[in-house]
Design a binder for this molecule. Structure first.
Ligand SMILES: *Cc1c(COP(=O)(O)O)cnc(C)c1O
Length: 235
C-alpha cells in the first residue's frame, strides 16, 4: 500500500531529478534552481507531507490560504512564497509570513508594501511580475511599465527587488512558453544597466508543472510546481 506521504515523496524525487537533468542539458548544472512547491490545491496534511519529504519552500497563490497554513504548528518549518495576486488590503498581514512575494505588478502595490514594511521595521524581498504573453487576462507589468518604475525603485528602502516573474501563455504549448520565458530573460538583461544600484534582478521565477524544463533552459532560477508533486494522491 502506498501512503499519501510516500507518493508525495516519490513525486518530489522525480521532480528534483527532472530539474537536475534540465539544468545539465542547459549547461547550468552548477547554478541554483530553487523549487517552490505550490501547495494551493492541497490540504494541510499533504502540505506537511511535502515538507517532511524535504522541500521547505512552499508557494500559495491566495493570501488567506497562506495565512491559514502559516499559522499551523505542523507547517512551522515552511518558508512561504506568495505567488499569486496580492490585494493591497492583504499586504500588512502577508509581509511577516512571506519570504518572497513573486507577484508585485504595480507601483501602487509596491508603495503599499514599502509603507507596511517600514511600519513593521522589516525588509521585504519581492519580484516584479511581468506579462510576457500579451494575454490581457493575466496580471503583470508590460515591459514599458517595468522601464517606467525601475528608476523609482530606489524610493522604496524597505523593499528589495530581487528579480522578475512571469507566467507563460496557456495556449501554444512549450514553443510559446519558451518564447515567453526568453522574453523575460532578455527584458531583464536589457534593463539591468538602468537599475538603481541596490536593485539586483538576479532571480527569474518562471516555469510550472507543464513547462519548467523549458523555463530552466531559458534561465529560470525559481520554478513553481504544484500539480506534478501531488498527482496520484490528492487529485
Ligand atoms: C498554481 C500556480 C503554479 C503551479 O501550477 P502547476 O501547473 O500546478 O504546477 C505556479 N505559479 C502560479 C502563479 C500559480 O498560481
Amino acid at each position: 500500500m502506498t501512503s499519501i506521504n510516500q507518493r508525495i515523496a516519490e513525486n518530489l524525487v522525480r521532480v528534483q531529478q527532472r530539474i537536475v537533468t534540465a539544468q545539465e542539458a542547459a549547461g547550468r548544472a552548477d547554478e541554483r534552481v530553487q523549487l517552490v512547491a505550490v501547495t494551493k490545491y492541497v490540504d494541510a496534511t499533504a502540505t506537511a507531507a511535502i515538507l517532511a519529504a524535504g522541500c521547505q519552500v512552499l508557494g500559495e497563490s491566495r493570501p488567506q490560504q497562506l495565512w491559514n497554513k502559516a499559522s499551523l504548528s505542523d507547517l512551522a518549518s515552511a518558508r512561504w512564497h506568495m505567488i499569486g495576486h496580492l490585494q493591497r488590503n492583504k499586504v500588512q498581514r502577508t509581509l511577516p509570513l512571506a519570504d518572497l512575494i513573486h507577484s508585485v505588478d504595480s507601483l501602487r502595490l509596491l508603495k503599499t508594501i514599502d509603507k507596511a514594511a517600514t511600519e513593521q521595521d522589516r525588509q521585504v524581498r519581492i519580484l516584479l511580475e511581468i506579462n510576457c504573453s500579451g494575454d490581457e487576462a493575466k496580471h503583470g507589468l508590460s515591459s514599458d511599465g517595468l522601464k517606467e518604475i525601475l528608476p523609482q525603485l530606489a524610493d522604496f528602502p524597505h523593499v528589495k527587488v530581487s528579480g522578475l516573474m512571469t507566467m507563460a501563455a496557456r495556449e501554444g504549448g512549450t514553443t510559446t512558453a519558451a518564447r515567453n520565458f526568453a522574453t523575460l530573460r532578455e527584458l531583464r538583461d536589457r534593463v539591468v544597466p538602468d537599475c538603481p544600484p541596490e536593485v539586483e534582478l538576479t532571480e527569474l521565477s518562471m516555469g510550472m508543472s507543464h513547462d519548467f524544463e523549458v523555463a530552466i533552459r531559458e534561465g529560470a532560477t525559481l520554478v513553481r510546481i504544484g500539480s506534478l508533486l501531488f498527482e496520484g494522491c490528492c487529485f
